[in-house]
Design a protein around this ligand. Structure first.
Ligand SMILES: C[S@@+](CC[C@H](N)C(=O)[O-])C[C@H]1O[C@@H](n2cnc3c(N)ncnc32)[C@H](O)[C@@H]1O
Length: 367
């Protein structure tokens, strides 16, 4: 594997800066990378906190394999772990019970599971996470090499992150009714031409290749303008995106049940944060970001200037939203890595037991 083909981690500097600000002073730092990918973020975090204990997950076994190889090439030791199904929810091979002396580098424990199963992995252990990172979506490997139809290549229309998903994208496309397809496209792709595309698919199916599907869509709908969220980050120019972008997004969400998993994770992951621990989520489209934003607002209070009403509520909430506005990549990053263009980082922190919300933003809380 060529070194340059690794996924480029987005908003890496911003994430490291936040981690340094908030967890630097902690002892025995415990970091969870819920979306390991090519381990770019994990490596950056380990370079910043060399003695941290890192537990990393990826739903895709190929990603675990790639990351494991890369980590070893870069002189990190790894342990492959898994939830033991026989022992129901008990995790086997729990590296965190072998905590070694401070000053000793610990192996990174790799888990081929979805991040929404983290509470299960940590169940029965008295360990809380100081940092949980979710960097949602697909990696460069999925788009360029996996051969599973994530991009518009002549590849089978699969789109599963892991084989446990019952239906491939081609199953949805070839067996759903026009009404079902239109609903998938409009709900999970926010596609304005959803019914027109669904009808064309029904007339022309079966489809087995991602390229065939993308070509049909391209022939039947005009190019779609970039959403306002993205436009903001590509300067004043209006970027046109491939007409199949929204349909492919919708199919990937449907195949991998992505939004339900994210919603469940947003409900459960805050409870496994340590006091002062942070949950950082990088999303790439508005449907993901909406789930993160709403959940953070439900359980957290915004940092900084707050109204009297919010001040009153502060005792009843256990979390602080560190990013009143999401953090976006700088122009330099989007120029170097156009895939980062739509990235959006939100961060939630678990308050110390007696901590209110700071009345004005301070360096401690903001970037
Ligand atoms: C954008 S990539 C992460 C890239 C990584 N941060 C890096 O620096 O290389 C997203 C990764 O999340 C994985 N993924 C997607 N859904 C997941 C889930 N529910 N649980 C665990 N991993 C998931 C994908 O397989 C993919 O490898």
């Amino acid at each position: 594997m060529n070194h340059t083909s690794y996924h480029v981690p987005v908003l890496k500097e911003e994430l490291i800066q936040i981690a340094k600000t908030h967890i630097q002073e902690k002892k025995d730092i415990f970091i969870v990378d819920g979306t390991l990918g090519d381990a770019g973020h994990s490596i950056a975090l380990l370079n910043t906190f060399p003695y941290a204990q890192v537990l990393a997950l990826d739903h895709d076994s190929e990603m675990i394999h790639r990351a494991s190889k890369r980590l070893q090439i870069e002189n990190f030791s790894v342990i492959h772990s898994q939830i033991s199904e026989q022992e129901s929810t008990q995790a086997n091979h729990p590296p965190y019970s072998h905590r070694e002396k401070q000053g000793t580098k610990l192996p990174i424990s790799l888990w081929n599971h979805s991040f929404h199963r983290l509470p299960e992995i940590l169940s029965g252990k008295h360990q809380k996470a100081d940092l949980i990172l979710l960097d949602l979506g697909v990696s460069l490997y999925h788009l360029k090499e996996a051969g599973r139809g994530f991009s518009y290549q002549d590849e089978c229309l699969d789109m599963r992150f892991h084989k446990g998903c019952q239906m491939k994208a081609s199953d949805w496309i070839n067996h759903s009714s026009a009404k079902e397809l239109a609903s998938i496209f409009s709900t999970w792709g926010e596609e304005p031409y959803s019914y027109r595309i669904a009808k064309k698919i029904i007339e022309n199916r079966p489809f087995d290749s991602a390229r065939e599907l993308a070509t049909l869509i391209m022939r039947n709908v005009p190019p779609v303008k970039q959403s306002s969220r993205n436009r903001k980050y590509s300067g004043r120019r209006q970027r046109k995106i491939h007409p199949a972008t929204r349909i492919f997004q919708a199919l990937r969400i449907a195949v991998n049940d992505e939004l339900r998993i994210l919603d469940q994770a947003m409900r459960e992951l805050p409870s496994i944060l340590s006091y002062g621990g942070i949950l950082a989520v990088i999303s790439f489209h508005s449907l993901e970001d909406r789930i993160v934003k709403h959940r953070f607002r439900e359980i957290g209070l915004p940092v900084g200037k707050v109204s009297k009403r919010i001040k009153k509520e502060s005792d009843s909430k256990d979390f602080v939203i560190l990013t009143n506005r999401p953090i976006r990549p700088q122009e330099e990053e989007t120029n170097q890595n156009p895939a980062s263009r739509s990235a959006c980082l939100r961060v939630l922190m678990k308050k110390m037991p007696s901590q209110g919300i700071p009345s004005s933003p301070s360096r401690k809380y903001l970037l």
